[in-house]
Write a protein that binds this ligand. Structure first.
Ligand SMILES: Cc1cc2nc3c(=O)[nH]c(=O)nc-3n(C[C@H](O)[C@H](O)[C@H](O)COP(=O)(O)OP(=O)(O)OC[C@H]3O[C@@H](n4cnc5c(N)ncnc54)[C@H](O)[C@@H]3O)c2cc1C
Length: 392
């Protein structure tokens, strides 16, 4: 598999790395300080000007028309260039979980209405399916959407909604037919400020602290029927398609961040001396760094294999699940190793410690590691007889 990018993609990657180093400096790790909404929006607009927040959206609607391979390459560069993995995560969640559903399932009118502002950096989007009682078992969600004439009335709550505190637009899943399983869900586009929609306080998360997360509540929120994405009952199809983008392209951020942390770990192991020589010369330390390299390189192969498949339009379920699983597990282990190589310094903050905390959520969002294994097992013809479409 040739992993070389064409000249245009290489140029774009260099531009994104330079942009992230210049504009996205800092770890977004504001400890317990209130979330800096104005600063976040300022950086978002700059990222929009660089074409980052709408990269995979067709040029007709304000994006750059990148396929899954080029989108992954850009996300990898973003993760490498800037230490604020949370900000990069917010950009990717907006693009792959909220904008791509509009691209793939929206009407011409919906695309024209929403996508230009969402690509330019003016507007921010969030995607909400997870609820307090419906995480991995996402299809069991309780948010109801009752049809009344030309409108739907939404009642219920979402949790863990990335970008909710700053979002202008929400792509929301609700049950139009309770107990209807795969065909019981419908996706809606709901504007912030719609009466009956409210957002909770930002979470205080272990990692990805540069990405704001909150609950979203719907209390008699009236949404015109023209805001349904796809058709009534197509919500799970919309969701599954967006998860393929997310499980591949979003996770490329972690490849870039792993590369950055690996490089600084190698530099540290060459510079730090104990017993009269650099610690990197001790076999135990050197082998640990080789294992970090091995994990990164093998996860990267799986991710770009999945990206190629996505770009070709493959319906394969295994490749995106394996990519997500490999990258997130590699990231956590690489974070642990990077902290260990730094000894005591690894415990008192810094790049390695921040990365480890940013890596932990990766094993959970977009479907946990266990759920990815379930997905692969099912695709291999193994596993239980539970409803085949309950997948998250
Ligand atoms: C940083 C972050 C950002 C997020 N952003 C969003 C977002 O923007 N929008 C959104 O909708 N959601 C978002 N989520 C929610 C995320 O998708 C869920 O947390 C995830 O799907 C797991 O659901 P849960 O937390 O309820 O865990 P649970 O489903 O309760 O799982 C708990 C544990 O049980 C295991 N488990 C559950 N079922 C099975 C099974 N069948 N087989 C084996 N093991 C199982 C899980 O793997 C896990 O280890 C985000 C989460 C995080 C951490």
């Amino acid at each position: 598999m040739n992993l070389e990018f064409d000249a245009d993609t290489e140029e774009m990657r260099a531009m994104v790395v330079a942009f992230a180093q210049r504009e996205l400096a800092g770890r977004g790790d504001t400890a317990r300080a209130p979330f800096d909404t104005a600063g976040f929006r300022r950086r978002w607009r700059r990222a929009g000007e660089q074409g980052l927040v709408g990269g995979a959206v067709p040029a007709d609607y304000g994006g750059s028309g990148l396929d899954a391979v080029a989108s992954s390459a850009v996300m990898e560069a973003l993760g490498y260039g800037g230490e604020d993995t949370g900000f990069a995560f917010s950009v990717a969640a907006h693009l792959f979980a909220a904008l791509m559903p509009v691209v793939e399932f929206g009407t011409e009118e919906q695309k024209r209405e929403w996508l230009p502002g969402l690509c330019s950096g003016e507007l921010i989007a969030a995607h909400g399916i997870t609820e307090p009682e419906a995480g991995s078992d996402a299809l069991s969600l309780r948010t109801r959407a009752e049809r009344k004439g030309d409108e739907y009335v939404l009642h219920g709550s979402k949790c863990f909604t990335t970008n909710a505190p700053v979002a202008d637009v929400f792509v929301v899943q609700a049950a139009t037919e309770p107990s209807g399983g795969f065909f019981g869900l419908t996706a809606f586009v709901v504007e912030a400020g719609t009466p009956g929609l409210s957002v909770g306080a930002p979470y205080d998360k272990v990692g990805l602290r540069g990405s704001p997360t909150a609950d979203v509540h719907f209390d008699g929120c009236v949404v015109p029927a023209g805001r349904v994405l796809g058709t009534e009952g197509a919500g799970a199809t919309v969701f599954s398609a967006s998860m393929k983008w997310e499980r591949v392209c979003l996770f490329a951020i972690y490849l870039g961040a792993m590369r950055r942390v690996l490089e600084s770990t190698i530099a540290y192991a060459k510079e730090r001396e104990q017993f009269g020589s650099p610690i990197g010369g001790f076999q135990a330390v050197g082998h640990r760094i080789v294992d970090m390299t091995l994990r990164l390189e093998s996860a990267r192969l799986l991710l770009y294999k999945a990206a190629r498949g996505l770009a070709r339009g493959d319906q394969d379920e295994i490749a995106p699940a394996l990519a997500k699983l490999a990258v997130s597990e590699a990231a956590v282990q690489l974070g642990l190793d990077a902290v260990q190589v730094r000894g005591g310094l690894g415990m008192v903050g810094g790049e390695a410690e921040t990365f480890l905390r940013d890596a932990l959520p990766a094993r959970v969002f977009s479907g946990t590691s266990e759920i990815q294994k379930n997905n692969v097992a099912r695709a291999l013809g193994l596993g239980s007889n539970r409803r085949p479409n309950r997948r998250r």
